[in-house]
Write a protein that binds this ligand. Structure first.
Ligand code: ADP
Ligand code: MG
Length: 224
């Protein structure tokens, strides 16, 4: 019996993900069905229901598009890439969202580092982390990208001025579907960690001394 329990606890990662997806998609579907039935019965608060239904569909859409990213075959071509140039691409993509909240995306005046990586995957990592930082910040301020070339490794720090992460949930970040957001998917950090592992890198998450948090991407020293 004990052995069976141990085995069943060790559901494969694919199994866990499938169970999570089924659950996360079933909830909005159940809600959609409920609202459709209300509409069918001819209720009054149509506009309100339409709004909720669109939000539920958005949720399903967000989950499926992140899952498609995971499922994408990994054309794993790696090159020596400039961190600044990847950051610039990502800023072009996210700047309008940042500006809406009066947030500046800035790069610290440090040397421009290079890393040996798959450009589109590492851009995806930067997008996931900077998007989270924008979403976390309630007041105007800065999100800073900092590059550091250390003796044994390379660091890219993404520093925000948000509320930081409560100690009791910090270890949960990166679990599939863990989110504290109304319309979050809880897949961003999981995907980020997977991409970094593929690069023999890792992700460290720390709360800053003053305010906000730092997401530290660690890469082995550029090698070919
Ligand atoms: P999602 O963004 O869909 O919620 P993620 O995996 O990207 O999923 O993030 C998981 C959770 O981690 C978020 O819901 C949030 O609670 C927390 N988090 C991530 N980045 C930050 C940040 N910069 N500041 C505070 N909390 C964060
Ligand atoms: Mg996210």
């Amino acid at each position: 019996v004990e052995e069976m329990m141990i085995r069943s606890e060790k559901m494969s990662v694919a199994g866990q993900l499938a169970a999570g997806v089924a659950h996360e998609i079933r909830n909005p579907l159940t809600s959609l069905k409920g609202f459709l039935q209300l509409l069918q019965a001819g209720v009054n608060r149509k506009e309100e229901y339409y709004k909720i239904m669109i939000e539920e569909i958005d949720k399903i859409e967000a989950i499926t598009s992140e899952l498609l990213f995971i499922a994408k075959p990994l054309t794993d071509n790696r090159n020596i890439e400039s961190v600044t140039s990847m950051f610039d691409d990502v800023v072009a993509l996210l700047n309008s969202q940042a500006k809406l909240k009066n947030i500046n995306l800035i790069k610290n005046e440090s040397i421009d580092g290079v890393i040996y990586c798959n450009r589109s995957q590492i851009k995806q990592v930067l997008i996931n982390l900077i998007k989270n930082a924008i979403e976390a910040m309630v007041e105007p301020g800065n999100i800073t990208l900092e590059f550091q070339q250390c003796e044994s490794h390379v660091e890219i720090n993404i520093i925000d001025e948000g509320p930081g992460i409560p100690e009791e949930i910090i270890h949960k970040l990166g679990e599939p579907f863990f989110t504290t957001k109304q319309s979050g998917t809880g897949l961003g950090i999981m995907i980020t960690k997977q991409i970094l592992e593929r690069h023999d890198g890792s992700l460290e998450i720390v709360n800053n001394d003053g305010q906000g948090s730092t997401f530290r991407i660690i890469f082995p020293n550029s090698k070919k």
